[in-house]
Design a protein around this ligand. Structure first.
Ligand code: FAD
Length: 442
């Protein structure tokens, strides 16, 4: 197996970039060779899925990468029980194309279907149904990882338990996932029953979230430019799989952004205009049916949408505050953003539930999470994000590493006290730019 140098590898936020030595195995038995070939020189490597992490968790700048997307096959799918075992490089897009026509759906899905099973497990992804079913790690039955010091190790809740738990949300550092076995959920239709409702204030969000606890999927969009007595206005969306209908999987994608947009495209005025239109559009007060693709994956309709932020890229930020502090803390976050003059195009607010993940490094816990993205305007943006960090830190909350390209070391370590256990269980050959930053700086 040979590896090639790639100078252009980016993460989804496009702020971090750098040279990697990349090898792409096509079969599970090639993974050890790919790890060896890619780590030549630097001595470290890292599995990479579809690169949908925004920050530096999916990069190992100056070292190796094992590109896992060639391992994309379903190994066994039991259409009666809904148990799927598949290569770790299989995308959720491909899982849905296989599962939906047979009446099954992902137990948990993030806001894009262009992530791999391996990436989903390594970040223990959450979805709109976190309050009802927790993270994806709760639905993982078993998996196999390859480690440079042990070879292939099969892990489950009763086999290699410590490695099993540490790999769920383990940032790809405990071994390279070869295959993953998950339990899918039954659906009777590819349609969703959806209700969208506007709320005028932040209190409106919390009222709707409480009143919607029996809906399996809930999420809200917030207008981060609204101020005063409209601070925190937005659109609340809730949904459930429809009781009957056709089982048609999603179609192929739409157009893509062909080149980097001018960096000024997404600014306070364009985002403000978008927000006013989005808030007022008829779909913001809608009750009816919607295909799962539009409900879960609106951003997937525009390929390479991350290029809209221009060559300097953007920072995503996702913070989580505990329930007791949620209202004042989210108010303070939105107030700080509104006063900053910076505009977040995609601002998502959601209440998490209290179902613990098997993974000690998993991001979600009971509370309220706010996800934002800001064009990279250098120090100005970093200063704002630093202030948002402070508000979250004061509540005992934490930030999501998969979304954050500049998560401060102290904040990471206090938010994730289990990081020392992950370091103990880390495969010595595996390393990421993120982990280097978190563990090698004092
Ligand atoms: C539009 C959009 C919406 C999103 N919405 C959500 C959301 O709602 N909830 C949420 O939780 N996340 C969300 N995310 C983040 C995304 O789900 C995660 O970053 C996910 O981990 C990306 O998977 P990937 O296959 O692209 O992995 P990558 O980004 O390539 O890698 C992510 C991590 O997984 C590890 N990894 C990948 N493959 C393997 C393997 N085979 N073995 C071991 N480790 C591996 C990597 O080393 C890295 O640490 C969103 C991202 C985007 C772009």
């Amino acid at each position: 197996m040979t590896a090639r140098d790639d100078d252009r590898l980016l993460s989804w936020g496009r702020v971090h970039r750098g040279r990697h030595r990349v090898a792409g195995p096509a079969w599970p038995q090639d993974v050890a060779f790919a790890a060896a070939a890619s780590s030549e020189g630097a001595g470290t490597t890292l599995a990479r899925g579809l690169g949908r992490s925004y920050g530096d968790t999916c990069l190992n700048i100056g070292g190796g990468l094992v590109a896992m997307t060639g391992l994309d096959r379903a190994i066994a799918f039991d259409r009666t029980s809904g148990i799927l075992r598949a290569d770790a490089g299989m995308s959720l897009d491909a899982v849905l194309r296989l599962a939906v026509p047979a009446g099954w759906f992902l137990p948990v899905t993030p806001g894009t279907k262009f992530v791999t099973l391996g990436g989903a497990v390594a970040n223990d992804v959450h979805g709109k149904n976190h309050h009802a079913v927790g993270c994806i790690g709760r639905h993982v039955r078993r998996f196999a990882i390859w480690r440079s010091d042990r070879g292939v190790v099969e892990c489950g809740p009763d086999t290699e338990t410590e490695l099993f738990k540490a790999t769920i949300g383990g940032l790809g550092l405990t071994g390279i996932l070869l295959w993953v076995e998950i339990s899918l959920i039954r659906i009777a239709s590819s349609s969703m029953t959806v209700e969208n409702e506007r709320f005028d204030t932040l209190d409106g969000f919390f009222r709707l979230a409480e009143a919607s606890a029996d809906w399996p999927y809930t999420v809200a969009w917030v207008d981060t430019l609204s101020t005063g007595d409209r601070l925190g206005r937005g659109v609340f969306s809730r949904g459930r799989h429809a009781d009957a209908g056709s089982l048609e999987a999603h179609g192929s994608g739409g157009p893509a952004v062909p080149v980097d947009a001018p960096g000024v495209l997404l600014n306070r005025w364009t985002v403000g205009a978008f927000n006013r239109l989005y808030y007022a559009k008829p779909g913001s007060a809608y009750r009816g049916a919607q295909h799962y693709d539009g409900f879960f994956y609106p951003l997937d309709r525009l390929g390479n949408w991350n290029r809209l932020y221009g060559r300097r890229g953007f920072y995503q930020w996702q913070g989580l505050v505990p329930p007791s502090a949620a209202k004042p803390a989210v108010h303070a976050l939105l107030d700080r953003i509104a006063r900053s003059g910076e505009a977040s195009f995609l601002a998502v607010l959601k209440n998490f539930g209290d179902m613990a993940s098997p993974g000690p490094m998993s991001f979600p816990m009971a509370g309220t999470t706010l996800a934002l993205d800001f064009p990279n305007r250098g120090d100005r943006t970093l200063a704002l994000l630093g202030d948002l960090d402070q508000i979250v830190a004061e509540t005992g909350g934490r930030l999501y590493p998969a979304k954050d390209g500049r998560l401060p070391v102290a904040m990471f370590r206090s938010g994730y006290p289990a990081w020392t256990d992950l370091e103990r269980l880390r495969d010595p050959m595996l390393m990421s730019s993120f982990w280097r930053r978190m563990t090698q700086s004092e």
